[in-house]
Design a protein around this ligand. Structure first.
Ligand SMILES: [Zn+2]
Length: 439
């Protein structure tokens, strides 16, 4: 009898503890599907839910209201290749050496001993799909991303997350567990939003920046003599018409970016509606994030070549079936994503993670995962370290910056001159970290 009561108590406690907390999670409580959506170049600072003045993401906001939102999530780099490698491996550049600047070198391939999240999921009988464009060498499918994917679908244009063959794959695997990685370059430069979004936020601009696709294609075709894709030329032609010292240009470019975000949000809403129709929304873990953000002259920089918050703060929103929505202010990083997915599946890592599972933050058993987060472009290049209170940036040139994050999230006031002791402490922690992970 006592044994029966004990079993009953255990059963009740286990069911009360919900999806994640059940200690010996049964297969039925584990997610049927994991959908990882990366909206390349979407700055966390452009989300209304993070305090941005424009409200461009109604569909994402609805999703956030059903999810765990990490308000202070950071990339581990400012570039596409290392940012995505961090998501897939739970390791940053300092550990896996997947540096964007080394991509000219064909030998830069993820070592076999470092497993991707797809490899873990494949072993658990997940059907796996990579739905992303690959014309960009930063998402090269010979560097390790491709491992353990059943399908590498790269034919969709930048007009949404789905196309006929993707829908067919989802339909074919209706009754299987699925891992889908979806990627979009829509909000990446050049910032050319379609109608009716174009000119929504800055209709009166009269400068030289091109915002319409037909105009930009005409310019590009005039200069592109080879008939093949030339991303560098595309970038050059767009940005040579931008005057970084002209605030009017910066305002307009920001408006174009926000219009692109609004269009992307519309497509995201379409995708979520599709998932609902197919009964895939409620029972899936859905993650929306980005590899890095974007600068519009805030620190005299454009695009994503620095480590200020506009560039490295990213959205990180996770909807987990059975877990109540929540906003979390503790700092987390993209390297925490893979350990979290493994934790959800009660899996043990087979390689060393640098990141940590965010589940203890989600269930409230810890207040923070670590004392500091570190973001680096390259161990020999620009580096930054955040604590809850301060941010220290060390440039390749030796220039240093220190900001009080509690008062100055936008990093407008460099306080290093009056706070040399704080800067020195953070500098030491930064270099101790790099020495340690390099071993
Ligand atoms: Zn990117």
């Amino acid at each position: 009898m006592q044994r029966l009561i004990l079993i009953a108590v255990v059963v009740i406690l286990t069911s009360l503890s919900g999806f994640y907390l059940s200690e010996n999670k049964t297969t039925s409580k584990q997610p049927s599907n994991i959908i990882l959506i990366s909206i390349d170049t979407l700055s966390g600072m452009h989300l209304n839910k993070n305090g941005y003045h424009r409200s461009t993401t109604p569909n994402l906001d609805q999703f956030i209201s059903e999810s765990i939102m990490f308000n202070k999530a950071f990339s581990t780099s400012s570039y596409t290749f290392p940012g995505h490698m961090a998501m897939f491996t739970g390791q940053s550049i300092a550990m896996n050496n997947m540096v964007a600047f080394k991509l000219e070198d064909r030998a830069v391939i993820l070592p076999k001993k470092i497993k991707t999240i797809t490899e873990y999921l494949k072993k658990q009988d997940f059907k796996t799909a990579w739905f992303a464009p690959t014309q960009d060498y930063q998402l090269d499918l010979t560097r390790g991303f491709e491992r353990s994917f059943d399908i590498l679908e790269t034919t969709a244009k930048e007009d949404g997350f789905l196309n006929k063959s993707r829908k067919e794959w989802i339909e074919k695997n209706k009754d299987s567990k699925k891992f889908m990685f979806l990627h979009s370059y829509l909000v990446h430069d050049p910032y050319i939003p379609p109608k009716p979004y174009y000119k929504k936020y800055d209709p009166d601009y009269k400068g030289r920046i091109i915002g319409e696709m037909s105009e930009f294609e005409e310019l590009y075709n005039k200069h592109n003599k080879t008939n093949s894709w030339n991303g560098k030329l595309r970038k050059k032609l767009y940005f040579e018409r931008v005057d970084i010292n002209d605030s009017r240009d910066l305002i307009h470019m920001t408006a174009l970016y926000d219009e692109e975000i609004e269009f992307q949000d519309y497509l995201l809403g379409q995708f979520f509606a599709y998932l609902r129709r197919e009964s895939l929304y409620d029972n899936s873990v859905i993650i929306v994030t980005s590899d890095h953000g974007e600068a519009f002259g805030q620190h005299n920089e454009l695009r994503h070549n620095t480590l200020h918050n506009e560039v490295i703060q990213v959205p990180l929103i996770i909807k987990i079936p059975g877990i109540k929505p929540k906003a979390i202010q503790s700092h987390v990083q993209l390297i925490d994503l893979a350990p979290t997915i493994l934790d959800l599946l009660s899996l043990k890592p087979r390689h060393e993670f640098e990141g940590k599972s965010m589940m203890p933050l989600i269930d409230g058993s810890v207040e923070k995962l670590r004392d500091h987060t570190i973001t680096i472009i390259d161990p020999s290049d620009m580096k930054a370290i955040h604590t809850t209170d301060y941010k220290y940036i060390l440039h390749t040139s030796g220039k240093r910056e220190l900001y009080n994050l509690k008062e100055d999230w936008k990093e407008k006031n460099n306080i290093i001159k009056d706070n040399e002791d704080i800067a020195q402490d953070l500098h030491t922690v930064l270099f101790n970290y790099i020495t340690k992970v390099k071993k």
